[in-house]
Structure formats: structure tokens, C-alpha cells
Design a protein around this ligand. Sequence first.
Ligand SMILES: [Zn+2]
Length: 322
Amino acid sequence: MDNEQDTNISEDELGLINRYTKRAFSAEEIYVFSVVLCDNEIDRDFECFDSSALDTLAKLYAGKSGILDHDPTAKNQTARIYKCEVEAVAGRKTSYGAPYRRIKAKAYLPRSEKNSEIILALDSGIKKEVSVGCSMGKSICSICGAETRGGSCSHIKGRRYGGKLCYAVLSEPRDAYEWSFVAVPAQREAGVIKAFNGSMKGEKNMEDIFKKLGSDGDITLTHGEVKALLREIDSLKAKARDGELYREETEAEMTRLCSIAEPELPLETIKSVASRMTLDELKAFKRAYEKRMSKIATSAPQLAPTESDKKKRVVNSAYKGI
Ligand SMILES: [Zn+2]
């Protein structure tokens, strides 16, 4: 990414900066730098922003804070974008032949002891990478023109169809979330983090990966996609464990209630039936028994435990471990 540090701050710029500060800062107290947030070139996810989307994104990014990750142990090192514009680079075209455009942001941070190291890193021109996050409303396939997610499109981004590269054109930005400025490269994967339909889904979209997995022929997953897939599997495993636990609890509770409500049925029979019921059936029986029991409880208030109450308690504790 192209970043440059600006030493002179004009009065106009200072005015823009001071719109965001609690008190008015002087030019000497402020450090400013420029950073290219994103452009309309096809990125490593085989996605690109529609040219007009860049204009909207530039507006959304104005005023947004970014994290400066020079030292991973230091927290709260942030800069804020005070000016954000789309610029064309004369004569330069994207790989698909459109005029190349990019979002150039200007950000400031106070010159303080805490920020001295990051300012030094920015000054010394260490290669910098920017990672930005945004939510996009539309993602259109470059081959068929259909929505790439959940629609009729079955093309895989990054593949060629009749010699034409498949990529997604992103438009209708909904929100811009975050940007981080990594002064030391290789700390994290830089790039544009996109989300769709308002939710921040992270760098890799599972739907794209599943589409690849379901396609014909050999597939290649990137390192990032493999990581995303493993994360997804972990999350599904955790959900499955929760689901199993919920099923076990519901089955045990239904068995307990049933054994109270139907004392003539052998416990083993109830357990056997319960183990073969679906979760919905278990829930329906459980609700019905609970209803029946709450009616009994309200219609026959008792001051002292009766024989049957005592029996219930025994039943109760005996089935807790089911
Ligand atoms: Zn398509």
C-alpha cells in the first residue's frame, strides 16, 4: 500500500482534525499521514469494489478510528481518519480494464510519548499494510451477473470460464467498520475484510467455501480458507455438543415428569420410548406434563407433605442422573 507522511498541516486540515478532537489542537501537536484503504482492483479473494462503491465507502470511512499495531502489546494506539477521498491514478487501469481508482485517507494521531514509537515507524517508511473492514450489500458474479451468494450462480471465484476470470463485483456499501494499520508487515494478513448484508462475517465467507467443496473437479483451498473451514468445524462441534446436552436434559426431564404422571408405567419403558422420540416430541410431552402438574399444584395446596409428595421427591432425586 502507498502511504506517505505529511509534515505540513494546513489551517484547513487542522480545522477538519479539530472537528474530531475534544479540544483544539495545534499543528505541532498532531501527526498526520496518508494511507490507501482500498481500490477497485481484484483482490486476493477474487473480489473487487465497484467504482461507485468506492465513493460511498470514502464517505463512510471519514471519522473512523483505526488501530495502529506497531507493538502488539501496546493498546489504544489509534489514529482517526479526518479526510477521505477517491482518487484516480492517471493512465492506470485495473486488470479488467476499468480506470483504476482508490480511496486515499488522511489520518491523524496526537504526538505523545505513547505514540512516539509508531510515529517513528511511520516516519522511517517501514512497509505498511492496511486492513479494512466493511459491509457490502451486493456481490455480483463477473461471469453470469447473478448474486454470488445464495443465488443461481454456481461459478467459483478465481476460476476461468471460457478464458474469463470469475470474480465478484461488490457494490452498495452498508457500513465501514474498522481499519488497522500494520507498520510491521507479516504480523497479520492485511487486506480488505468484507461482510455481506450487514453482518461482519470475517475475511472468508463460508458460503464461497461450501460452493467450492460442492463443485465438480479438483478444488484448491487457500491457507485462509482452510483456516476458516477449521474454525467453522470447531464452531459446529461446539454447537453439536450444546445440542446433545440440551437433548439429554430434555429427555431426562420428560422421563422424570412422565414417571410421576404415569406411575403405572415401568421406568425402563419410559426411558426406552423417550430415547426414540424426536426433540420436538420430547418437548411437547414435557410441556403437557408440566401443564398437568401445575394444575394439580394449584388445585390442591397442601400444608404438609403427603405420602404421595414424599414419593415424588424420591422419584425426583432418583431420575436426576438420567
Ligand atoms: Zn456466476
